[in-house]
Design a protein. Structure first.
Length: 217
């Protein structure tokens, strides 16, 4: 069973998401939280696979709660998906910076919600929806390159090409086609890049690629 914590300050939203997730045979909601402090406490107690985290909550907000969870070495296997009302939300990019593995709008379809939980629990990032690319592109452009290029000094030229492709939202299959390599080779490159730049998953590689200015605008 995939274990999920739902954090949102609206009880009706939590109840709706719980109902949709509990309808799946392989997903169990193990806790709910109405603010960031309760969310962090619930995650530390239940050790879920996935946290669905509202960005705007009283007290400790979703950004700070996400950062607390993703930087806790005891919670390295827990993935955070942020929930937002609007697709182009100024806080979404900050949430990815904070370690979130992707985001969903609160109007997500039931099957898409359940598939998203499975995808993130398997260690993948929610980068496939085109809106994710638009959000990252929009706010990365606004902030401009902020990552020191020396963070990328250990990457080979080929790895820089792969990182740029990840930054454009390409899958391993698409990277293989684009750079004339097998998907398995692309996956190997991505794994090495994750290790070298100390990124949690592909969502953070997208942020790194944009902040370092290696993705063409």
């Amino acid at each position: 069973m995939l274990r999920v914590v739902i954090a949102d300050d609206q009880a009706l939203v939590r109840a709706g998401f719980r109902s949709l997730l509990d309808a799946a045979d392989d997903i169990e909601v193990v806790a709910e939280a109405g603010d960031g402090h309760d969310a962090v406490a619930a995650v530390r107690t239940t050790r879920p696979d996935v946290v669905l985290m509202d960005i705007r909550m009283p007290g400790l907000d979703g950004l700070a709660a996400t950062r607390t969870i993703t930087t806790d070495p005891d919670l390295v296997d827990t993935r955070v998906v942020v929930l937002t009302t609007f697709e182009l939300d100024e806080y979404v990019f900050e949430a990815l910076r904070a370690g979130a593995s992707g985001f969903l709008t609160k109007g997500v379809e039931p099957d898409e919600l359940r598939d998203a939980v499975r995808t993130v629990a398997a260690g993948h990032a929610l980068l496939s929806p085109s809106v994710t690319r638009r959000v990252v592109d929009s706010f990365a452009r606004r902030t401009g390159p902020v990552v020191a290029r020396d963070r990328l000094d250990d990457l080979t030229e080929r790895e820089l090409e792969v990182l740029a492709a990840v930054g454009r939202g390409m899958s391993n299959d698409e990277i293989g086609d684009h750079l004339h390599m097998s998907p398995l080779t692309a996956k190997t490159h991505v794994s090495r890049i994750l290790s070298k730049v100390h990124a949690r998953d592909r969502a953070q590689l997208v942020v790194v690629a944009y902040e370092a200015g290696i993705v063409g605008h």
